[in-house]
Design a protein. Structure first.
Ligand code: FAD
Length: 106
């Protein structure tokens, strides 16, 4: 449905932008907080079947939150897992920072 798609687009924008502003090298505390956020997010995301899928994903693929690049790529992989499920194109995760931080520069 349209609201699931609209919510999804907005939420991916939010999540990738959070990754783009995550510390280059996160402290133990920041890592702990990001893991706790993802855990909570996966319980309150208001598309329940999406939330269920995300909970399953983070259980099987522990969030990598030591550095900005590591977190950005982990999130990109998570997004790609949803893309795959929905038959959407795979996104090249080498480009995550270009898309969500630096811009395409054209
Ligand atoms: P989106 O997938 O919303 O992507 C927005 C933009 O992000 C794209 O235009 C592209 O520029 C960029 N992008 C694409 N892939 C990546 C990537 N891998 N890394 C970085 N940037 C990328 N919908 C369902 O129907 N079923 C589900 O189970 C489901 N689970 C979801 C789980 C989560 C946690 C979230 C946030 C959303 C989920 N959605 C789900 C919604 C779905 O992922 C899409 O957001 C929605 O279908 C709209 O798709 P879109 O084509 O506009 O692009």
């Amino acid at each position: 449905p349209a609201d699931v798609e609209e919510l999804g687009r907005s939420t991916w924008t939010f999540l990738h932008t959070v990754a783009a502003t995550y510390p280059e090298s996160a402290t133990e505390q920041q890592q702990k907080e990001m893991k706790a956020f993802l855990e909570t997010f996966s319980k309150i995301y208001p598309c329940w079947f999406c939330a269920k899928g995300f909970r399953k994903y983070i259980k099987a693929n522990e969030p990598k939150v030591m550095t900005q690049d590591e977190f950005g790529r982990w999130l990109c992989d998570a997004h790609n897992a949803v893309n795959k499920k929905l038959g959407k194109p795979h996104f090249d995760c080498n480009l995550w920072k270009k898309r969500w931080k630096d811009g395409w520069g054209d």
